[in-house]
Design a protein around this ligand. Sequence first.
Ligand SMILES: Cc1cc2nc3c(=O)[nH]c(=O)nc-3n(C[C@H](O)[C@H](O)[C@H](O)COP(=O)(O)OP(=O)(O)OC[C@H]3O[C@@H](n4cnc5c(N)ncnc54)[C@H](O)[C@@H]3O)c2cc1C
Length: 305
Amino acid sequence: MSWRSASKLAWLRGLPGIREKEPLASRTSFGIGGPADFFLEAGRAETIEKMLDGCRERTIPYLLLGAGTNLLIADAGIEGLVLRVVTRDHVVEGTRVRAAAGLKMMRLARIVADAGLRGFEFAIGVPGTVGGAVYQNAGCWGKELREVLVEACGYMPGSGRKTWSPADLKLGYRSSALRDGALKGALVVEATIQLQRGDGEEAKSLMAKLTRERNETQPIKTKNCGSVFKNPPGDSAGRLVQAAGLKGTREGAAVISELHGNFIVNEGGATAVQVARLVERARAEVKRRFNVDLEPEVELVGRWR
Ligand SMILES: Cc1cc2nc3c(=O)[nH]c(=O)nc-3n(C[C@H](O)[C@H](O)[C@H](O)COP(=O)(O)OP(=O)(O)OC[C@H]3O[C@@H](n4cnc5c(N)ncnc54)[C@H](O)[C@@H]3O)c2cc1C
C-alpha cells in the first residue's frame, strides 16, 4: 500500500505543528531544493522518537534534518516526512560534555572553550549539528569527532533507545554505520565527548586564527555545502578538480569555486540538477584525466527521478 493512503495522510495531518509542502531550500546552506511533503521541527527527542515509530509502523518515508549543511535536496523535494532536529541542551560535567543532537558544532566549540576545555577547537570549522557530525564523523584541520567521542545515545525506530560506542558507530573518514551501515535510519539523540582541561582563551584565539585562514582559502561565506567530494587516499579532491582545469566551470548559477576546487557555489537561483551535473562532470573529468574515483561527501536526497 502506498504511504499516501488516506489513513496515513490523516495521521500526518493530525500531528501537532506539522506543515505541508514546506520549502526546504532556506534550511540548507546551499539554498537549494524543493519542498518536504510534510515537515516538523522538534525540540524534544521524545517527540522525534514518537514520529519515527509512527513512520515506521505506517511505512512512511522520513528524513532527519540537522542544519542542512551537507545536503543537496532534489528540486522536486522530499518524499514523506522531514523531521528537523532542534534539540539544543548541553551539560558540562568536568571534562566530559553531553550535547543534544540539534546543537551546532560551532556553538558547542565556543561553549566548551568558555568552560576552560581544550580539544574541540576543530569543531569551529563544522557548521552542522552534533547529530549531523556523528552521522558522518565530521572533522576539520586533521581532527575528527571520533577522536573525542565517548559514546552517542540514539534511537532506532521500533527498537528504542540505545547507547552506541564509537565501535558500534563504525566511524571512518566521513562515514559511519548511520550513513552507510546497520544504523541507517536511526536518530542520534545526543553525544558525549571527552576533552581536556586547559586555557579557554587560548582555544578561542586558535579558533579565530583557523577561521581567518579558512576564510582566505575557501568560499565559506557563499551558499555551498562544504567539501563536495571526500579526499581520495593520499590526495586532495580540490587539487584534482583544479588540476583537471575545472575551477570556474558553471551550470547556470552553480559554479565550481575559483577559490577552492572542492566547493560548488550557488550564486543565486541554482537548481539541484545544475549542481548534480557539475558533480558528475568533475567526477568524470578527474576519472578520465587521473583515473581517480571521487566519492561525494555531500549527500543527495529527495526525488531525483
Ligand atoms: C561552509 C561549510 C564548511 C564545512 N566544513 C566541514 C568540515 O570542515 N568538516 C566536515 O566534516 N564537514 C564540513 N561541512 C559539512 C557539514 O557541516 C557536516 O557534514 C555536518 O556534519 C552536517 O551536519 P548537519 O547538521 O548540517 O546535517 P544535515 O546536512 O542536516 O544532514 C546530513 C545527514 O545527517 C543526518 N542527520 C542529521 N542530524 C541527524 C541526527 N540527529 N540523527 C541522525 N542523523 C542525522 C541527516 O539525515 C543527513 O543524512 C561544511 C559545510 C559547509 C556549508
